[in-house]
Design a protein around this ligand. Structure first.
Ligand code: GAR
Length: 203
């Protein structure tokens, strides 16, 4: 029986969530190993973090003239090469088509900084902050969900956490609270998925 789940993490930018996963694997919190960090941006800090942890750091840039479908097929090929149990979108900022998702049914997990059905797409934290300033909300949240299809930040919900927005908050203060919540929720949810899969595996 395999004792660890193999995770491929897709991250477009800073990679603080990728880092949280890497750390949780390293300290044994997660019964998993990050087998690759993949980014669509060559200069993503997520790749630097993977490199520092001595993990494969793979840049898959879009080629000039390449269609979204062709890019996704090429990305799927590369990710399949790492033989993952789970593909984790941790700050991955491209919508994935079925040319990618079709290869990983029930295996793609996305993190989004909003509650289900709220604020899909880019800049969700800033938009929640602006709504709070306008008096139309006093909290936001974080969700982790499965990605069955091209729906943007939408799919079967695995876990959520509510994050309050205080009247005195600055945007950086809210962002910090959100990211701390994300790191904890993402690692905890992956832990549940990995433990469940391992307990169902027959020797
Ligand atoms: C996180 O807030 C994540 O939830 C968000 O990008 C940020 C990446 O931060 N993802 C989305 O907005 C997906 N629609 P990180 O690079 O520091 O992990």
């Amino acid at each position: 029986m395999e004792s660890k789940r193999r995770l491929v993490v897709l991250a477009s930018g800073n990679g603080s969530n990728a880092q949280a996963i890497i750390d949780a694997c390293a300290d044994g919190t997660l019964p998993a190993e990050v087998v690759a960090v993949v980014s669509d941006h060559a200069d993503a800090r997520a790749l630097v973090r993977a490199d520092a942890a001595e993990l494969p750091a793979v840049h898959v840039g879009r080629r000039s003239g390449e269609s979204r479908d062709d890019y996704d097929a090429r990305l799927a090929d590369i990710v399949t090469g790492f033989d993952p149990h789970w593909v984790v979108l941790a700050g991955w900022m491209r919508v994935l088509t079925m040319n990618f998702l079709g290869w990983f049914p029930g295996m793609v997990v996305n993190l989004h900084p909003a509650l289900p059905g709220e604020l899909p797409g880019l800049h969700a934290i800033e938009r929640a902050y602006e709504e709070a300033r306008a008096g139309t909300r006093d909290h936001t949240g974080v969700m982790v969900h499965l990605v069955p299809d091209q729906g943007v930040d939408d799919g079967p919900v695995l876990a959520t956490a509510v994050v309050p927005i205080h009247p005195t908050d600055t945007l950086p203060e809210l962002e910090e609270r959100m990211h701390l919540t994300e790191h904890e929720l993402l690692v905890r949810t992956l832990g549940t998925l990995c433990a469940r899969a391992l307990s169902h595996e027959t020797p």
